[in-house]
Design a protein around this ligand. Sequence first.
Ligand code: AKB
Length: 326
Amino acid sequence: MKKILVTGATGQIGSELIPALRSAYGGANVVAAGYRRSPDAELFGGGPYCSLDVRNAALLCEIVQKYHIDTIFHLASLLSAVAERNPQLAWDINMHGLNNILETARLNGCAVFFPSSIGVFGSGTPRKNTPQVTIQRPDTLYGISKLTGELLCDYYHRRFGVETRGLRLPGLISYKTPPGGGTTDYAVEIFFAALTEGTYCCFLKPDTRLDMMYMPDAIHAIISLMEADGGKLNHRNAYNVTAMNFTPEELAAQIRLSIKEFSIRYEVDAVRQAIADSWPQFMDDSAARNEWGWSPCYDLAATASDMLENIAVKLGKKGDGYYGVE
Ligand code: AKB
C-alpha cells in the first residue's frame, strides 16, 4: 500500500481509519473521499480530501488516476436500520458503489478492502459460535447487499486477479464519530446518554446478545488483514472477527460500575429487534486468528472505561482516570 483511497471517509470507521493510515503511510498518500457528512479539520487538513458519491464511476476513476491510487478501502455504505427504511436506495449505494470500486480497481490495478458484516447471516444460521462457513440467507436488504458484496469480491479475485480482502465486522463501539443508522448503535448511544442524562432508553430487549468490537481493534484488524501475506489467506473476503459479546443489560451493569446511579429502560423498536434476532450472538473467528494472527486487545471492561474517559473529556467533564474501573 503506497497510495490509498478511502471512501466513506467521514463515517464511523473512516474518520478513525484515515488518521491511522496517514500516520503509517504519510498524509499525502491517503486520499479521503466523503459525501454525506462534512469533513472535520483533521480529515480535511491531514491530507487530500475530495467529495465523492461512489455511484459516480467516472469521478471515482478520475480520482484513482489523478492520485495514482493502488489500494482502496471502500467504506461507503448504508447500515442495517437505514437500509430497511429505504431498501432501493441501500441497494443503489451499497451495490452500485461496490461494483464501481471493483471495476475501477480491475482497470487500474488496485487492491480493495471491503467491510462485510454480521448482517450476512440470517435466521437460518447457527447463532452461537457461528462458523466461518455456514448457511447465509440474510433477512435484511443490508445483509443481502453485504453477502452479494462478499461474492462479488470473490469473483473479482478469482476471475480478474483483483486483490480483494474483507472482514465480517460486528457492532463497532467508538466515541469519535457516531454510527449512521445501524442495529448495534445502542452500544455507542448508551455511553453518551450515561454521561449526559444518567439514563438511557434502549431500542433492543435487555437480553439481546450480539458480537461487538472497540474501534482501535477494528482499525488494527483492517490494516493487519491488508498487510497480511496473501498466500496464507484462504477466506480472503469475509473473515468472521469479534472481540466480545454482551447484552444491553450486561453493558448497563458494566457502566454502573463507573456511574452508580446510571439507569436503563427499554422501548423496543420492532424492526431493529427483528434484525438483531436474526444475527449471530457470537461468531467463531478462528479462521482469522489462524490465517493472519487476529487477536483483539479490548474486552468489555477495557472498552467501557476507555469510552467513558474519552467521552467525558469530549464533553468537558472530568476525565483522567475518573471513570476507570479497578
Ligand atoms: C449495523 O448495525 O448495521 C452495523 C453492522 C453490525 O453491520 N453496525
